[in-house]
Structures are given as structure tokens and as C-alpha cells.
Design a protein around this ligand. Structure first.
Ligand SMILES: [Fe+2]
Ligand SMILES: [Fe+2]
Length: 382
């Protein structure tokens, strides 16, 4: 058994025993062990030990020591990390009892269809978000303060996946069916494939970001994930369930999603800053037609998705609301990234949605934890 006060003790004892029982003195006719000749020590190579100069750091393609956190070149990245740590929660903190009752006795068939498909889309999306940041993006960063926040983001995406799993399990939905839905429902699959294609294009070990084509593709992918996938699809993706919450239904799930939304607003805002910084440092000029096409592709996929989840209308929320709000938020994200508005004239279809993102806290169970969490409205996007 392991001794936790001295975990190596047992192993050490065993080793001693083995040493004395299995080793024996060499036989007289065995050759004696070779002895190495005395080596003359060679002088140590001259290495530079001066601290990293913050000005030399770059978001990507930097040559400074990645293991040296400070001095910061991007102090805002460190602030994001500190801020993210003020929003610590787990899905177990939120009571789901009423949701079980609502799902079984109050939701209509149409509302159940919305609820299940939104969860099914979100849970697959969060796995993709985690893999994007953790496997494809983080390794390309050359300043540690950026990686530190991204490491937190990886954890948060895993936490979000746990949250959906907690909802799916508590409500008693068929897990293998719900998790597989993105593969059998083309209207969900289309959005997932758009993200998958972007991710796969940068999830390769042979990428050289000093190559202009590779660099442009990486920036487009980061802009897609920050501005569209997280900044628009996630931001807007919770709203069908918030619409139920506004009618007093599925309030536990909605509250879980509010905490996720706060994280996602931070992810989008951080990602957009990184994109803009790369564009500046590397003098990237993106083709406006390609950017516009990226937003239009996302809009087409969102339209198909909205048509499926809201094929039969539910009280207080329609597919027109959903797609209208997508266009309105997509314009906001495009402007934040310094691009032209892809959908000029789009109006705010869900004026209550920003309130959800800016929620300070509704209950006091975080009283000792969440004190000054920065909400979407307070974030610096520039
Ligand atoms: Fe997430
Ligand atoms: Fe995220």
C-alpha cells in the first residue's frame, strides 16, 4: 500500500530488497567492467542570460523565450486570466429540480424539440471550441501571457461540456441519441462542418506561419472562431432557451447557460483582440470578399439551423428572431474586428439578449466568489 506521507518509501524498500537478492558478484572469468578515461571538461557555451525584452514578444512567430511570463507585452491578456478566475462555478451549484418537472409536464412537443436540439448543437460545439484553442491555437502563440488565458479557456470549454452533460443526464434524455444528433441531422451538421473545416485547416503539424498563405488562413480561422463561432453562434445560441426562461420554464438550464455565456463573451473578446494584434504585427491584409463570404456562409448555415430547431413556432421566439439576431450580432463582431458590416441595416431582434450577457449575478450563492466579474458590457474590445 502507498504511504501518502512518504510515497516513495515502499518503492525504495522493494528496490533495496531486489538489489540484494538478484545481484551477485561477477564470476572470476567475466571481463571486468570498462572504465571510461578521464574527460577534460569542455568550457560551457556562452549563453545570453538577459531578461526577455517585452518589445521583442510577438503573438506568433516570436523568437523570445516562451517560458518567461513577465515583462508582459500584452498585460490585457493577464487581466483576462485574472478576471476569468472570478467566474468559478460548476453545474452542480445550480438546482435543476424544477427543470425535470417542466420538461416532463409543462413543455410542449415543439418546445422539447427546441430544447433538445439546442443542447445537442451546443455540446458538440463546445468540444470543437476546446480542441480549437487547446490543440490548434495555443501551440502557435509565442507569448506565454496569451497561452495562460487560453489554458483557462480550454478548462472552461470542458466545464461547459460538463454542464450540458449535467443537463442531459438530469433531464433523463437519451445520451447516445442526443450526442449523435449532429451527425444525423443535416441542419445541425452543416454548422459543425463549417467549424470542423476551419479547425482541420490549422490543426496540422507542418504549418509555417511565416508563409503568407498559411498566415492568412490562420487569421481567418481565428476570426471565424472568435467572431462567428463563439462571438455570434454561441452568443445567439442560448437565446431559444432564454426565451423559455422568460416564460418561467427551464430556469435551471437557462441559469447554467448564463454562466457559460459570460465565459463565451470573454472568449470572443479575447480572440478578437488576438486577431487584431496579429493583423497589426504581421501586416496582414485580409481580402474583404473572403471575409464577407465567411459571414455569408455562416448566415446560410444559421438560417438552415434556425429553420430546423424552430420549424414549428414556440411562444415568444421565432426563426425570424433567431436569424435577425444573428445578423445584428455578426455586424457587431465584424466591426470589432475592423471589418465592414456583413449585413448592413440588421436590427436588434432580441433587445433583451445583451442584458443576459451583462448579468452580474442573480443569486447569492456566489456571494463570496463573484465580486467584480467583468461582464460583456464592461469588456474592452479594442
Ligand atoms: Fe464554451
Ligand atoms: Fe468558448
Amino acid at each position: 500500500m502507498l504511504n501518502w506521507d512518504d510515497p516513495f518509501a515502499a518503492t525504495a524498500n522493494k528496490l533495496t530488497e531486489a538489489d540484494t537478492t538478484t545481484e551477485s558478484a561477477p564470476a572470476a572469468n567475466e571481463p571486468s567492467p570498462r572504465i571510461s578515461p578521464v574527460q577534460t571538461p569542455t568550457p560551457a557555451p556562452q549563453i545570453t542570460v538577459a531578461p526577455v525584452n517585452a518589445d521583442d514578444k510577438r503573438v506568433i512567430n516570436g523568437m523570445t523565450d516562451i517560458n518567461q511570463l513577465a515583462p508582459f507585452k500584452y498585460p490585457w491578456a493577464w487581466t483576462y486570466f485574472l478576471n476569468a478566475n472570478k467566474n468559478h462555478w460548476t453545474p452542480l451549484d445550480i438546482n435543476m429540480a424544477q427543470d425535470v418537472h417542466d420538461y416532463r409536464h409543462k413543455l410542449t412537443m415543439e418546445e422539447k424539440h427546441v430544447y433538445e436540439n439546442v443542447l445537442s448543437y451546443l455540446t458538440t460545439s463546445d468540444i470543437l471550441a476546446m480542441r480549437n484553442i487547446g490543440l490548434a491555437v495555443m501551440e502557435k502563440m509565442s507569448a506565454p501571457e496569451l497561452q495562460i488565458y487560453q489554458a483557462r479557456q480550454v478548462y472552461e470549454e470542458a466545464l461547459h461540456t460538463w454542464t450540458y452533460q449535467h443537463c442531459i443526464e438530469t433531464i433523463g434524455l437519451d445520451q447516445s441519441e442526443i450526442y449523435n444528433r449532429y451527425r444525423v441531422v443535416p441542419e445541425i451538421n452543416q454548422k459543425i462542418q463549417l467549424a470542423n473545416n476551419r479547425l482541420n485547416s490549422i490543426l496540422r503539424s507542418d504549418i509555417d506561419l511565416t508563409n503568407r498563405d498559411e498566415l492568412e488562413n490562420f487569421v481567418m480561422s481565428y476570426a471565424f472562431f472568435a467572431g462567428i463561432f463563439e462571438g455570434s453562434w454561441f452568443y445567439n445560441g442560448f437565446s431559444p432557451i432564454f426565451a423559455l426562461q422568460r416564460r418561467g420554464l427551464m430556469k435551471g438550464t437557462a441559469e447554467q447557460l448564463q454562466y457559460i455565456m459570460r465565459d463565451e463573451v470573454m472568449h470572443a473578446s479575447f480572440g478578437i483582440r488576438v486577431v487584431k494584434q496579429i493583423i497589426k504585427e504581421e501586416n496582414v491584409v485580409l481580402d474583404p470578399a473572403k471575409v464577407q463570404a465567411m459571414f455569408e456562409q455562416a448566415e446560410a448555415a444559421e438560417k438552415t439551423y434556425a429553420g430546423y430547431i424552430l420549424r414549428d413556432p414556440i411562444l415568444g421566439y421565432s426563426k425570424e428572431d433567431h436569424i435577425g439576431q444573428f445578423r445584428f450580432i455578426a455586424n457587431r463582431r465584424a466591426k470589432q474586428m475592423g471589418f465592414a458590416e456583413p449585413f448592413p441595416g440588421a436590427e436588434d431582434a432580441l433587445p433583451w439578449l445583451d442584458e443576459q450577457a451583462n448579468m452580474k449575478k442573480e443569486k447569492n450563492f456566489f456571494e463570496t466568489k463573484v465580486t467584480e466579474y467583468q461582464t460583456g458590457g464592461a469588456l474592452k474590445w479594442d
